[in-house]
Design a protein around this ligand. Sequence first.
Ligand SMILES: N[C@@H](CCC(=O)N[C@@H](CS)C(=O)NCC(=O)O)C(=O)O
Length: 207
Amino acid sequence: MATLTIHGTPLSTYARTCRMACREKGVAYELDPVMPQSDEQKAMQPWGSVPAMTHGDVRMYESLAICNYIDHAFDGPPLQPADPLANARCWQWTSVFIQYLYRPAIDIVLQRLIVPAQGGEPDEALVESSVPKSDKALVALDGALEGNACFAGGEASIADYMVLPVLHYLKMTPEGETLLAPRANIARWQAAIDERESAVATVPEFG
Ligand SMILES: N[C@@H](CCC(=O)N[C@@H](CS)C(=O)NCC(=O)O)C(=O)O
């Protein structure tokens, strides 16, 4: 069987999602730690973003598609529920994450963790405008976890592997700490998902 390779720096949240999906499915994979906007990545992903995936003749980009491919092309535990409503919840919260949380949360992370590390001045206006946007999404995600262990209900799914990597970084920023402090359902969920082997094995070495 051909080796599945995830192309993307281990610091990438979306690459981490795909690697968590591999580990949850029990699929052996190699990590090609390519950086965004490198010539190598641009040859695999027209926008130069990470990750991409190769598996034999299959070349693919977009983390959702990669996660679905991993789920359907291999035997192993399902990465999404079979029950129609639970399945729809998996995609509802994944979609909310991508559409409403990823950008503002990552902007806070970039301005607070990456820009200063590179000797730059954070864009305070961007941080300020990203806080209420992140908060709105976090309120919705926290509500989704009311009475649920995970976003799709009782079992972990792709939705959880999508959200976790960004919250890992967000929590490292002062704004993230403040935003997450009142979100008790997210705190409980994050503590549980953080303990999964797929999360432990993919924690980014940052800072
Ligand atoms: N829609 C893409 C988004 C990928 C994405 O935004 N990746 C980030 C890293 S987590 C990235 O490469 N950012 C830098 C860039 O796009 O230049 C996917 O789901 O794979």
